[in-house]
Design a binder for this molecule. Structure first.
Ligand SMILES: *[C@@H]1O[C@H](CO)[C@@H](O)[C@H](O)[C@H]1NC(C)=O
Ligand SMILES: *[C@@H]1O[C@H](CO)[C@@H](O)[C@H](O)[C@H]1NC(C)=O
Ligand SMILES: *[C@@H]1O[C@H](CO)[C@@H](O)[C@H](O)[C@H]1NC(C)=O
Ligand SMILES: *[C@@H]1O[C@H](CO)[C@@H](O)[C@H](O)[C@H]1NC(C)=O
Length: 463
């Protein structure tokens, strides 16, 4: 059986490009791409492209699918088969990379890509739990009134400027790659029948006390279910969602979930994810009305909190007094709710859902785009390892809204961002960085790259 590797996928993407572009220098590029010379600079902490190319071949590619395939082959240089996560990005970020991969697999039927996606799901579901940065904390908080903190060093907080700070356990993100790295390592580790997991996955393995993290993984496994139809992924997502229902209600308006087990902040992201996960499950799991009910309760609560401001965008969270705290309107906060409303409308149609989604989407495009239509988060370009993921999450969900309720504004935004990423935010190794308007800021990492890829994937679907 042919086993896929990131390298063979890279070569596949190049051969695709070759059929599109018959340039004399192309064969030379393929030669360069066959050895580690091309891949290594990125693997070893990547400080810039260390090889010369006579021509930046990828620049002339305009086909959205081919662009995304090139970018996927670059992404997989970061995939660590031993951890099931992508090196250079955090725990919850990897859940988003997984979601992006399933989304690409949804729109690109290329059999090699389909096979690679399934292998990634099968590998990640078994390997990643060992990297949960704060395991057990949720089961502890449920069983005891007083929390004895599992003090691993994992923490997420917001500074006075409203910027997010995440700290990981010591050594958590130590990059395993070394001089002896071989592409074959990944090939070997990605074996196994993706359809058959030895044991049912345990939802507790995916809980880290931050309910947004939990729910990113739930959505990731729903994406894996959509591609594979493997019930184990869906059941895992259900189990994770059920765990987060234990965080309901907060002290504000007798509803909503807290950001984390610390119960010290009620924010938009955790609650939007709760809505979106419930609505996604309503369209997939058996107990439809149960999930529709949760999604509706969340939406009702969310609207009453006032987190949606007068401009139609969504601020970060609530004050101690349960009022909109007027903190940053992060791009991802304008995005997750869109996918939630689309799925809720599918499960339990009501025109007001799509009206609300359109209002938020248009307000966000207006507020967060520059004069070329390119998205920026307020603190950009360098906002740390959390915000580096946000813009892609917005575009991923904007695309879901566009599928349900097409609008020229969305097409324009998706295309402007995807084109700018490709033309201005990509290096010669097809690594994609943080500033979608450019110039390329080195080094790119799996978070900036996968987030950029969300826009490339969205561009496949809009014409
Ligand atoms: C882009 O490439 C994909 C994959 O090769 C192909 O299926 C699709 O038709 C192409 N799209 C256009 C617009 O040429
Ligand atoms: C289905 O939802 C009901 C509440 O509507 C709940 O009591 C029941 O346990 C759920 N069943 C399953 C199989 O999740
Ligand atoms: C909210 O914050 C913005 C700046 O981010 C500021 O211009 C505005 O006055 C604030 N509004 C309130 C009600 O504090
Ligand atoms: C990824 O790159 C962005 C942009 O340079 C940076 O802000 C972020 O901290 C990086 N992430 C990690 C985990 O280093």
């Amino acid at each position: 059986m042919h086993i896929l590797s990131s390298l063979s996928f890279a070569l596949y993407a190049f051969s695709q490009a070759r059929s599109l572009l018959k340039t004399p220098s192309y064969d030379f590029l393929v030669e360069q791409g066959q050895g580690h010379t091309r891949l290594r600079p990125h693997v070893q902490g990547y400080v810039g492209v260390q090889y010369q190319e006579p021509l930046n071949l990828a620049a002339s590619i305009t086909n959205a699918t081919t662009r995304a395939e090139f970018a996927l082959s670059a992404l997989q240089i970061w995939y660590n088969a031993g951890t099931g996560l992508w090196n250079t990005c955090g725990w919850w970020n990897s859940a988003n990379v997984l979601t992006m991969v399933s989304n690409l697999a949804k729109y690109d039927s290329n059999p090699q890509l389909q096979d690679l996606a399934k292998r990634i799901f099968a590998n990640t579901i078994t390997q990643a739990p060992a990297k949960n940065p704060l395991p057990g904390v949720e089961t502890q908080t449920l069983n005891q009134k007083k929390v004895s903190l599992a003090n691993t060093g994992y923490d997420k907080s917001m500074d006075d400027e409203g910027e997010l700070i995440t700290t990981y356990p010591e050594g958590w993100s130590k990059i395993r790659w070394d001089e002896d790295y071989k592409v074959e390592d990944i090939k070997l580790k990605l074996q196994g029948d993706p359809a058959n997991l030895a044991a049912a996955p345990n939802p507790n393995d995916w809980l880290d006390g931050f309910y947004d993290d939990d729910l990113w993984w739930a959505l990731g496994w729903i994406g894996a279910y959509d591609i594979t139809k493997n019930m184990q992924y869906l059941q895992l997502a259900e189990g994770i969602f059920m765990a987060t229902t234990k965080a309901w209600p907060t002290r504000c308006g007798n509803g909503g979930i807290f950001w984390s087990y610390k119960k010290d902040y009620m924010n938009a992201i955790a609650n939007e994810l709760f809505l979106s996960t419930a609505a996604h499950l309503a369209n997939r799991a058996q107990n439809k009305s149960f999930y529709v009910d949760w999604a509706k309760r969340e939406l009702d609560w969310f609207q009453k909190t006032g987190m949606i401001n007068d401009r139609g965008t969504i601020n970060d969270g609530l004050t101690e007094q349960c009022k909109n705290n007027n903190q940053t309107t992060w791009s991802y906060n304008q995005g997750v709710i869109l996918g939630g409303l689309v799925e809720l409308n599918k499960a339990s149609p009501d025109p007001s859902y799509l009206t609300l989604a359109a209002k938020i989407a248009k307000a966000a495009i207006k507020e967060l785009s520059d004069s070329n239509g390119v998205l920026h988060d307020k603190c950009g370009p360098l906002c740390g390892g959390d915000a580096s993921q946000f813009k892609g999450i917005f575009v991923r969900n904007l695309q879901l809204l566009h599928e349900a309720a097409p609008d020229a504004t969305y097409i324009k935004s998706i295309q402007a961002n995807a084109n700018s990423i490709w033309n201005n935010n990509r290096d010669e190794g097809n690594m994609l960085s943080i500033n979608w308007a450019g110039p390329f800021i080195a080094p790119a990492n799996a978070s900036t790259h996968s987030s950029s890829m969300d826009a490339l994937v969205a561009a496949i679907t809009v014409k």
